[in-house]
Design a protein around this ligand. Sequence first.
Ligand code: NAD
Ligand code: GDD
Length: 353
Amino acid sequence: MNNGGTALVCGAGGFIGGHLARRLKQDGWSVHGVDIASPAWGALPIDTFTIGDLRDPAVCRSVIDRRFDEVYQLAADMGGAGYIFTGDNDAAIMRNSALINLNVLEACRLAGCERVFFSSSACVYPRHHQHDADSADCVEASAYPADPDSEYGWEKLFCERLYLAFNRNHGMRNRIARFHNVFGPYGAWTDGREKVPAAICRKVAEARDGGEIEVWGDGEQLRSFLYVDECVEGMLRLMRTPDFEGPVNIGSDRPVTINRLVDMVCEIAGKRLTRRHVPGPTGVRARNSDNTLIRERLGWAPSQPLQTGLAATYEWIAAQVEAVRADAAPAAPASTMLAAGKAQSAAAPVAAV
Ligand code: NAD
Ligand code: GDD
């Protein structure tokens, strides 16, 4: 599909950006990455990797110096409930992510890059649609009248409008997806930005059989979780659809409670653990992806069972926990990523701007 083009991945050092960059390379693209930090999981097998701060317009213009066929904008100040729902990081999240989007988008316009993918979030949906399982409504049109439950969600909503305004006023063909809790190997798992799938995998891996693990809240919060490979597949499909800009959900429409998630990870690990419910940032009570629109417009929707992605994620996180315990070098990549990395073995040259 579309082999041989040039792509820029902003935020390539991060979780979804890293998976996307590898996939594009495997598909035969010329792939360029930029991030404020080196990839946490080691050098990426792509064409170039630039270290630069995308809040700076001059950096954006120097990295976006030509007409890339596709630009994927995944750079953001983001994290799970422990990062975005405490309130402590609100100013940083809004300022950092808004500056990145304003500057990347303008640099793309100036360089003639028509097609920019913007990664919005399920956090844009109003809180009153997410009080309980019965009222959980993440139909795209329900985002207005707006009332997101976090400043992170408000910044995403503003930027959705920004990308759409550039489509209307500057003839761009930007694409917008609202991701629903994406998980997989190489995501944040221990730095305070981890989301619940990674947090629970870590806690289960660290616990001794027969012990207990802490769960924030009563564990009856409802979420749907999307494995990163399916997220990347959805992004590529949306980017290349000729006549649909979004916003559209990219998420699983099979929700589980956090308690059920804990049980699934325990089953994968072969451990019997007791849940200890403790106070913590919980966010909305119930959230699920509505996949009617994506099915209609892309003829596709995520379908993989949660169990499959969770097993690969647990394997990777358990290896990280073991490596930390042994005070050894980071563990070898999980089997899924070894397979993904086969096509390219050389790492990208790293430049800084
Ligand atoms: P991530 O934190 O792993 O990746 C974001 C990357 O952006 C990081 O590598 C970070 O270093 C980089 N970055 C931050 N500030 C920068 C700056 N000033 N200049 C250059 N790079 C900078 O997050 P992710 O999970 O890969 O998320 C990617 C995108 O998808 C984000 O926009 C996020 O808001 C969105 N999203 C993710 C999820 C999810 O569940 N992972 C859900 C909804 C939306
Ligand atoms: N992170 C975390 N860690 N969450 C826990 C834990 C834990 O140890 N124990 C229970 N939870 C609960 C949280 O309290 C919350 O109710 C639920 O698990 C989900 O938490 P997260 O996965 O951290 O975040 P989220 O689903 O509320 O929001 C995430 O997904 C959005 C898209 O759907 C965030 O990553 C957002 O940034 C993202 O946009």
